[in-house]
Design a protein around this ligand. Structure first.
Ligand code: FA5
Ligand code: MG
Length: 416
């Protein structure tokens, strides 16, 4: 980071990300803390639980889907840069210009045209354009998000895309398939896009869900409890999410759907149709190895990492949490918020000040002052280290630093 003092505001001018320099502007909101995660590449670090899950999925795809002469159908990309254009992350996926997912409060912008990718879908257009018909991509993605045991501002996604031409999609159907067509000039319904025939959409949906269920069974065994939920993404229709039972709760593991035809057309694949999915590797890994807190993924502590070493088969790994048995220490923080306040601003601030003690932050109370009309938020911060007990003194110290930082950086008025 390089910065200068202008109008008393500490403004960044240039920022260096992954070895390249970028101009900053009024959109810039990446923090040094977030930058420190860029390049860690947990998904390429041998024996890391994220790597192990990635490898298990990739090997499953390699062995289950082969072209003639044993060539794997799916090409794999795991080193595409996480720095992408706004065009890649949003426009190429038909995200409306005013869609909330573009907000500064949701993403880490380097400047108004450049962002740390919020999902691996950002690369779909370019890879389809390059002529591929089936591929997997794996990478780190960045989002301003809530703070709890299953959310982290940096996580890893594995994305899969498969294209079909008419012959490939209909070849397994029996009888007179000559009349089946991929496209029609029809109506959009809950089941299909305007330009797809119902047969196209239903066959793609079936193939997509089958592919994902086979992969999930490969990881968790055939008795794993899952359910499909309807979903919305700007770039697919119809869209679905898969939830899997984890510690008694349904956790969302992936999003998927039939790729909007406009995306294929714009990428030069107008005579093909496709499905796509994007899954969260942390969540799968937590379920697979019984890891209770997503923060473990970032520890460099050998008592964690050594548990994943020297295993022939991911199925033989059983993680023993080092998480201290002590209950979390809860401390509240309440303040009056300014008009332009976004909750993610507070979460990011906590992330920046925290040195690994905060597990969860929840909004526990809001109210509006009857006379001034001012709004107040109260958050409960749960402090809990992943591997040791905390002292009251260090919790108080951190809690006070969070209070001070909130007042000085977020323009809030503390109620303490
Ligand atoms: C997406 O990111 C879409 N790009 C997925 C997709 C791809 C849909 C292709 C259709 C076609 P979503 O925001 O729901 O969707 O994230 C996908 C998965 O990432 C989630 O299901 C979850 O497993 C994981 N995930 C999301 N946010 C976090 C987070 N903060 N921490 C850890 N994992 C997360
Ligand atoms: Mg989702």
């Amino acid at each position: 980071f390089t910065s200068t003092h202008k109008n008393k505001v500490d403004r960044l001018e240039r920022v260096s990300v992954a070895g390249k320099d970028y101009d900053c502007d009024e959109w810039t909101n990446i923090t040094p803390k977030i930058l420190s995660y860029v390049g860690r590449n947990l998904h390429t670090q041998k024996d890391h639980p994220i790597y192990i899950v990635k490898e298990a999925i990739v090997q499953h795809f390699y062995s289950s889907y082969v072209k003639s002469r044993g060539v794997p159908l799916f090409a794999v990309f795991d080193n595409l840069s996480p720095v992408v254009t706004v065009k890649q992350n949003f426009d190429s996926l038909l995200t409306p210009k005013d869609h909330v997912s573009r907000n500064r409060s949701e993403n880490y912008y380097i400047n108004k045209n450049t962002v740390l990718r919020a999902h691996t879908s950002a690369h779909e257009h370019e890879l389809i354009r390059s002529g591929l018909s089936a591929f997997l991509m794996v990478g780190d993605v960045y989002r301003r998000d809530t703070i709890d045991a299953t959310h982290f501002p940096v996580f890893h996604q594995l994305e899969g895309v498969r294209l079909f031409n008419s012959q490939q999609l209909f070849s397994k159907c029996e009888g007179n398939t000559a009349d089946l067509t991929l496209f029609e000039n029809g109506q959009e319904t809950a089941d299909k896009q305007m330009c797809h025939t119902l047969e196209t959409s239903k066959l793609l949906e079936f193939n997509l869900k089958q592919t994902i269920e086979d992969c999930v069974k490969h990881l968790f065994g055939k008795d794993v409890e899952c359910k499909w939920v309807e979903a919305y993404f700007p770039f697919t229709h119809p869209s679905f999410e898969l939830e899997i039972k984890y510690n008694g709760e349904w956790i969302e593991m992936l999003g998927c759907g039939i790729l909007k035809q406009q995306i294929l057309n714009e990428a030069g694949a107008c005579d093909q149709v496709a499905w796509a999915f994007g899954l969260g590797l942390e969540r799968l890994s937590m379920k697979l190895f019984d890891i209770p807190d997503i923060r473990y993924m970032w520890t460099t502590d050998d008592s964690f990492l050594s548990q994943f070493k020297n295993h022939e088969d991911f199925k033989s790994i059983q993680f023993k949490p080092i998480l201290s048995k002590q209950p979390a220490v809860a401390n509240d923080i309440a303040f009056w918020i300014p008009n332009d306040y976004a909750m993610n601003d507070f979460y990011d601030l906590v992330r920046s000040v925290d040195d690994g003690l905060v597990q969860t932050v929840t909004l526990v109370d809001t109210f509006v002052h009857s006379e001034s009309g001012k709004q107040s938020h109260c958050y409960r911060i749960y402090y809990r280290h992943t591997s040791r007990a905390l002292t009251q003194a260090e919790v108080n110290n951190l809690h006070n630093r969070i209070k001070d930082a909130a007042e000085s950086q977020l323009n809030v008025k503390g109620r303490w």
